[in-house]
Ligand binder design. Structure first.
Ligand SMILES: Nc1ncnc2c1ncn2[C@@H]1O[C@H](COP(=O)(O)OP(=O)(O)OP(=O)(O)O)[C@@H](O)[C@H]1O
Length: 259
């Protein structure tokens, strides 16, 4: 079940350095939300707080509140490992496990999470996930071959299959197309469009056209000055953001006048 995410007054630190300041927003369930903004303004840092990946960095911490469907993510009673299962992540560079077959790559998360999966259950998860990632037809005859033998775009779809195999509620994507050619990028964008009927998707992208094409809502992050924390300048429906933004800095960034 896709979930909404309510973020209130979030500050994010690396040790003493405040990287992101005072972010509040509501990310809608079953929609695509894009984060855009110049390099270093904290988009990836903020994304990683949404599934408690930020805190694996020594000294890193988060203040404020992030609530997923009524449950506070940072409540002491919440298990961060369970959070990362419910809120999956796809990274900039496709990262299939190099020694594993396509089949085992898809199941890697399930094998970490649960006790035993029968062969027929495993087969069903692999097929469902690869179909979900639009990769099944391309790989169904070579499931035992290494995941690394696929093209970059296929590897990224394999990583998406691995992420959806554990049936998360939310999918976080950190520049998922930045290492891909335009055809693979289009395939991933089509896939994002299809996946949003089942998942809440949050994507960081440097590609403004991509944000405009795939997202329903967009958040524009910026820095007040070098060395200052990043902050959320504007969060609005993507259509409005790209045609009639509220903020002059958003308009300057979108029209390519800075960043
Ligand atoms: N592991 C880390 N330790 C300390 N500081 C970090 C770490 N990762 C990021 N930062 C700092 O946090 C700030 C935000 O970085 P972040 O990577 O989140 O920005 P970004 O908007 O995603 O940038 P880009 O678009 O270049 O990927 C930057 O000042 C960066 O140097």
């Amino acid at each position: 079940m896709a979930k909404s995410i309510d973020v209130s007054d979030v500050n994010i630190y690396y040790g003493d350095f405040k990287a992101v300041e005072d972010v509040s927003m509501t990310i809608k369930a079953k929609s695509v939300t894009a984060f855009i903004g110049p390099s270093g303004c904290g988009k990836s840092t903020f994304l990683r707080t949404l599934n408690r990946m930020h805190e694996v960095i020594p000294g890193a911490r988060v203040e404020g509140k992030i609530v997923v469907d009524g449950q506070s993510l940072y409540d002491p009673a919440v298990d961060p490992v369970e959070v990362r299962r419910r809120i999956g992540m796809v990274f900039q560079r496709p990262n299939p496990f190099p020694t594993m077959s396509i089949y085992d790559n898809v199941l890697a998360g399930n094998r970490l999470n649960s006790k035993r999966i029968s062969r027929s259950e495993a087969d069903a998860i692999v097929e469902r996930s690869l179909r979900g990632a639009n990769l099944w037809n391309e790989v169904k005859d070579r499931l035992g071959k290494p995941g690394m033998g696929l093209s970059g775009g296929q590897q990224q779809r394999l990583c998406i299959a691995r992420a959806i195999a554990v049936e998360p509620e939310v999918l976080l994507m950190d520049e998922p197309c930045s290492a891909l050619d335009p055809i693979s990028t289009a395939a991933i964008e089509d896939l994002i469009h299809e996946l949003k009927s089942d998942y809440t998707i949050v994507i960081v992208t440097h590609n403004m056209q991509q944000a405009a094409r795939v997202s329903d809502d967009t958040g524009f992050f910026n820095l007040k000055a070098a060395g200052k924390p990043g902050h959320l300048v504007e969060f609005n429906p993507t259509k409005q953001m790209f045609t009639n933004p509220d903020n002059a800095d958003t308009e300057a960034y979108i029209s390519g006048r800075f960043g």
